[in-house]
Design a protein. Structure first.
Lengths: 366, 307
């Protein structure tokens, strides 16, 4: 990559801002919000992984959370009292990513022929199958502990340095949420970097070609089978890493965290933010994690202020507002809040181009 | 053998409900190419409205049969209005948008409806009792009660009616024309917007009836009931070949049968390793298997490679 003065002057403030962010959040909003920022980073990783499958390759995946689950349970099973195994993070995380990748190929291989919404429903089924197995593999042999989930999972640690503890350096107290923030930030930046490089690579262009027209792509000599499998595998790998980090951060996993709703949330991040655009997806992730939390904090007090009492259950009001926000944002910006330049161009183009675009993307059964 | 018959009966009853809901998915998909994710919630709203209306009517001392019929009609009317509004607000403005945009608004609508229902009717399970006794009939060791018989018959009648509507009326012809080629249909003087609204209203009416049926069968209503039901019905629609009405019916009944037989026998088949809680896995496995070998569903048209 080119490193010139302009890019340094552009990136240095951003880097400082990102590094200072947890302390700023902590000072302004409190500890809880740093934790939320950690989760936002995990979700951004997930959304970027799904973006490869949906945004680049145009394969609608509704069961993406399964790979997150695979990564999380790999970490949980190999680093908890469940089997008495306490493997170190630098073994378990890559292993989880690898297993998730294997599951990605496993899902991808039989579904290569499927298109559009048929693929969507099969991936959805796959996600549910994984969840149901996690939920029920406690009998006759107890593997996953069933609905109770696995608790007392080892914290993320390298050697004697644990991300789950607090340290004090030069009089500055750094808590576990801060440490996790930096760890997750590093992973997120890595995922962003890989995504950006993939986007501009031969593989990335092959994905776009398949998304736009699979027949033409294969006529151009692209091995559509391998390239599609690669999309599934890459997406799943990112999901697996994110899952492992989630398990170590949370210290507890249960099948409940991997429901279809979670897959849908991640998909919403990708589509709402702007499919195929890394910046848009990151924005989508931040918004969809932050919005419900904001509503959670606002729903009660605002009612108190306006009506003098809490009339409606804040929890359901928050989800209601979230649903409305989804609808309104999509009506306002159908291509996503921050679409990729290519999509925006297509979207602003005249009707005939637009029409062709719709016929080709997610080429459905028609 | 008795278990076998019993599971077949259960499967048919559940399958009829799936089929009715699946028709709603498949009609919308056939015309708009859109997964109407909110459809399952329309089923739930139908069930809730029917419950409230039924209780109110019984409290006003209506005759039981009249109360049931009226509450069903109220539910159908409310759901038709709901389906119409959903299309107008969340889908119509996005008709020329990228294909995933309406999917997100559909999810939004689904979340909104679910939480509205939770605010209005609460989180608890409501019991849904019909105001008359339902006698059970023994058929060779298996049991089937009146409600279940009525469910299957009503479902069959409705499906026959729908087929007639689609194939033998002016509206039906317009629907088929729009599904085939919207642009050409417009040129022939078909009002596309009207056809789409009608489609949504018919689908929602079926959803309301299905919601009533499933509540009467299980005797329970809950704000979350629409989600899984909608998911299964959508699965059924895909299984049969989405966009195809006969496919939705076949897929619905098949899915019901697969599920109940799977739940009944999975324990024996796996030597006790897997229990009946793997029922859903069974359904999804069959779905995946069918789609791998027939990528466009059982009755779907063979996918032409695009020119």
């Amino acid at each position: 990559m080119r490193t010139n003065h302009k890019s340094i002057s552009l990136h240095a403030p951003l880097a400082i801002a990102l590094l200072a962010l947890p302390f700023i959040i902590d000072a302004l909003f409190g500890h809880g919000w740093v934790r939320i920022a950690d989760f936002a980073l995990l979700y951004i990783m997930l959304a970027l992984g799904l973006n490869i499958v949906v945004g680049y390759a145009g394969l609608l995946d509704l069961g993406y959370i399964a790979f997150f689950a695979v990564g999380a349970y790999t970490y949980a099973l190999l680093g908890s009292p469940q089997f008495g195994l306490h493997w170190p993070m630098y073994v378990v995380l890559p292993l989880g990513a690898l297993i998730a990748c294997g599951f990605g190929v496993l899902l991808g291989a039989p579904t290569l022929k499927l298109r559009g919404d048929y693929l969507a429903i099969v991936t959805l089924g796959f996600g549910e199958i994984i969840r149901i197995f996690l939920n029920n593999l406690n009998a006759p042999v107890n593997i996953t502990n069933g609905p109770q989930g696995i608790s007392a999972i080892d914290p993320l640690q390298i050697g004697s340095f644990s991300f789950g503890s607090s340290y004090e350096w030069m009089g500055v107290r750094v808590d576990d949420v801060h440490l996790h923030y930096y760890l997750f930030l590093a992973f997120t930046l890595l995922v962003i970097f890989v995504s950006r490089r993939l986007e501009d690579s031969r593989i990335g262009r092959a994905w776009v070609a398949i998304r736009e027209d699979e027949v033409a792509a294969s006529a151009m000599g692209i091995n559509t089978r391998n390239i599609k499998l690669l999309a599934f595998a890459m997406g799943a790998t990112f999901g697996g890493i994110s899952g492992g980090l989630f398990a170590g951060f949370q210290g507890f996993v249960s099948p409940e965290s991997f429901s279809l709703m979670e897959s849908i949330m991640v998909l919403c991040m990708v589509v709402l933010g702007g499919m195929g655009n890394v910046g848009g997806v990151v924005l989508g992730g931040v918004l969809l994690v932050a919005l419900p939390e904001l509503f959670r904090n606002a729903a009660g007090p605002v009612q108190q202020m306006l009506l003098g009492k809490v009339v409606v259950d804040p929890e359901s009001l928050r989800m209601l507002m979230f649903g409305l926000a989804l609808i309104l944002v999509m009506l306002w910006r159908p291509a996503g809040i921050w679409p990729s330049t290519q999509r925006r161009r297509e979207f602003d183009a005249d009707d005939s181009v637009l029409h062709q675009e719709q016929e080709t993307v997610y080429d459905a059964s028609k | 053998m008795e278990i076998f018959f019993q599971q077949i009966i259960n499967g048919f009853v559940q399958g009829s409900v799936y089929a009715l809901v699946a028709l709603g998915y498949t009609m919308v998909y056939g015309i708009l190419g859109l997964i109407n994710f909110a459809h399952g919630e329309v089923v739930m709203i139908g069930a809730m409205i029917a419950l409230t209306a039924l209780q109110a009517l019984l409290a006003a001392a209506f005759a039981p049969v009249l109360a049931v019929l009226l509450s069903l009609m109220v539910a159908v009317a409310v759901c038709m209005a709901l389906g119409y509004s959903i299309e107008r607000i969340a889908y119509r403005p996005l008709r020329n948008a990228p294909r995933l945009a309406p999917l997100i608004t559909a999810i939004g609508v689904s979340i909104v409806l679910q939480n509205l229902a939770m605010m209005i009717w609460g989180r608890e399970y409501h019991s849904f009792n019909l105001p008359f006794a339902s006698t059970s009939h023994h058929l060779g060791g298996a049991v089937m009660n009146d409600v279940q018989i009525v469910i299957v018959i009503v479902a069959l009648v409705i499906m026959a009616g729908l087929m007639w509507l689609v194939h033998h009326t002016r509206t039906g012809r317009a629907m088929r024309a729009v599904a085939e080629n919207p642009a050409a249909a417009t040129l022939m003087g078909v009002d596309i917007n009207r056809v789409i609204s009608v489609t949504f209203m018919i689908g929602s009416a079926l959803a309301a009836i299905a919601g009533f049926m499933v509540s009467a069968n299980y005797g329970i209503v809950h704000y979350y009931m629409g989600f899984m039901l909608g998911l299964k019905a959508f699965t059924a629609a895909v299984l049969g070949g989405i966009g195809n009405l006969r496919g939705a019916m076949l897929g619905g009944v098949l899915l019901g049968l697969i599920e109940s037989l799977g739940a009944g026998y999975i324990g024996d088949l796996s030597g006790g390793f897997l229990g009946s809680h793997y029922q859903d896995v069974f359904a999804f496995f069959v779905l995946i298997a069918v789609l791998v070998f027939r990528p466009s569903g059982l009755l779907g048209e063979k996918l032409a490679e695009r020119a």
